[in-house]
Design a protein around this ligand. Structure first.
Ligand code: NAD
Length: 453
């Protein structure tokens, strides 16, 4: 069916009010949960075909995330949907005030390829929990995972409620001509701008989950073993194709050598080798070439090997980097870690302040003053002290960017709020009506009003 007609059918279905009932939302969230579990093998196979991701990584970073989201909303749906009673001001006594979480209507979710299940289904799950109808357009770059999601959803859900629309740039461009009640986009800043412009035509609100260059700062006050282990994991997970991966390392000069040796040790220990099943491939030849062009042979401290046939790039550390190096121009989004050294913590923080606001930032230090400076001075979407990437696994924290790394947030109750309108309702009694606000006005009324307000 033509996509405009599917959207119209969703509009008509939304008007029937069925998606507003908690029983309806729970039924379909449970259905999705069961379908994901019964199709687990299909999901693993599809992602493995797309970019050789291990079952372990797919489970921990994708499937478990999505199941956890469904469980969270199944457990908390009643509380989240309950009208919230708030205080009522003096001018509105005798009355009461409530905020209703109203579903927005028809949602468009546009997904990215790097965590194709999580980044497509997590927003869908939050939108379903909030009582909306949705169209999902996954990334065509991970074609097999797109087809797997389309099979699972389109064969089991009514299209007037939930529908997966397969396609690339042309299909997304056509979708963006239509009027949705919210667009949730995950992807690059460049395409984010296209989405924002198209949404503006219809005054459609957007969530833009974008990227950026996320720094990891390591000072001499850090636990170097733990810092190296966690950075190696966070950077090379998914072969660096993670939006919140540390993009570059800022390291205190006095510990640089010792730290990089520890990084080398962990890369070897984690067995990130050409034929390793532990290590993900680069998504396609275009990205492979973009990344290998960033490897400056003169600056390789570790790694630098690659294999085009297998789309493998070895975890690579580039040392003695400065801000003029090509690798510092754009988000890397691959297994290359440039290292810039500093000898003054405040100056290092100031260099981050000079850049666009990143999606994430990480500090490895046990010094309370450094932690305070990092947290208070820098603006970033979210981050960690003494860890990386893991903040996004905590549903009690909103996940999203700031400035050029994004607009809006989701996860847990923030996802529910993102797909709801907070509708204010003041209810008044019909007895006890003071005449003070009504004309004819007088000096006496004014003096009373001044006292009251
Ligand atoms: P992308 O912007 O190329 O594509 C994202 C989506 O936009 C895809 O569904 C694609 O079909 C569509 N698209 C591409 N070009 C388009 C166009 N001209 N017009 C309309 N739609 C178009 O991003 P990607 O390569 O899939 O993902 C990588 C980027 O996403 C990185 O910058 C990364 O940091 C970011 N990202 C952010 C998050 C986050 O949660 N903030 C998560 C993952 C990835």
């Amino acid at each position: 069916m033509e996509i405009g007609k599917i959207l119209q059918s969703q509009r008509d279905f939304f008007k029937t009010q069925q998606t507003k009932s908690l029983a309806f939302r729970k039924m379909y969230l449970e259905k999705l949960r069961n379908l994901i579990i019964s199709h687990e093998s299909l999901l693993y196979e599809a992602i493995d075909k797309d970019f050789g991701k291990s079952r372990f990584d797919t489970f921990t970073t994708e499937i478990s995330f999505v199941l956890k989201d469904i469980d969270y909303y199944l457990k908390n749906l009643k509380t989240l949907s309950k009208p919230k009673k708030v205080s009522t001001n003096l001018a509105n006594q005798l009355g009461n005030s409530k905020i209703y979480s109203d579903p927005l209507g028809c949602i468009l979710v546009i997904g990215a390829w790097n965590y194709p299940y999580q980044l497509s289904l997590s927003p869908i799950i939050a939108a379903m929990a909030a009582g909306n109808c949705c169209i999902l357009k996954p990334s065509e770059i991970a074609e097999n995972t797109m087809k797997a999601m389309s099979k699972i959803i389109n064969e089991n859900f009514p299209p007037e409620y939930l529908y997966v629309y397969e396609g690339g740039v042309d299909e997304t461009t056509a979708l963006l001509q239509l009027k949705f009640d919210k667009i949730f986009f995950t992807g690059s800043t460049k395409v984010g701008k296209i989405v924002y412009k198209a949404a503006a035509e219809h005054l459609t609100p957007v969530v833009l989950e974008l990227g950026g260059k996320s720094p990891a700062i390591v000072t001499k006050e850090a636990n170097l073993e733990i810092a190296a282990k966690r950075i190696v994991w966070g950077k090379f997970l998914n072969a660096g194709q993670t939006c919140v991966a540390p993009d570059y390392l800022l390291i205190e000069e006095t510990i640089q050598e010792q730290f990089l040796e520890t990084v080398r040790k962990y890369i070897k220990e984690f067995k990130y080798e050409t034929d390793s099943e532990q290590y993900t491939r680069i998504i396609n030849v275009k990205n492979f070439h973009r990344l290998t062009n960033l490897i400056d042979q003169e600056k390789i401290y570790f790694g630098g090997n690659f294999n085009e046939e297998k789309l493998y790039i070895e975890p690579t550390i580039l040392n003695n980097i400065d801000w003029n190096d090509p690798v510092m121009e754009e988000e890397i989004f691959g297994p290359i870690l440039p290292v810039i050294s500093f000898n003054n913590f405040n100056m290092a923080v100031n260099t981050v302040l000079e850049q666009e606001k990143p999606l994430a930032a990480y500090l490895f230090s046990n010094n309370s003053e450094e932690k305070e400076i990092f947290t208070r001075k820098l603006s970033f979407g979210g981050g960690c002290i003494n860890d990386c990437v893991m903040h996004l696994s905590n549903d009690h924290l909103p996940f999203g960017g700031v400035g050029s790394s994004g607009i809006g947030s989701y996860h847990g109750k923030y996802g529910f709020e993102t797909f709801s309108h907070q509708k204010s309702v003041l209810e008044k009694t019909t007895w006890g009506e003071p005449n003070i606000k009504y004309p004819p006005y007088s000096e006496k009324k004014l003096s009373w009003i001044k006292k009251l307000l």
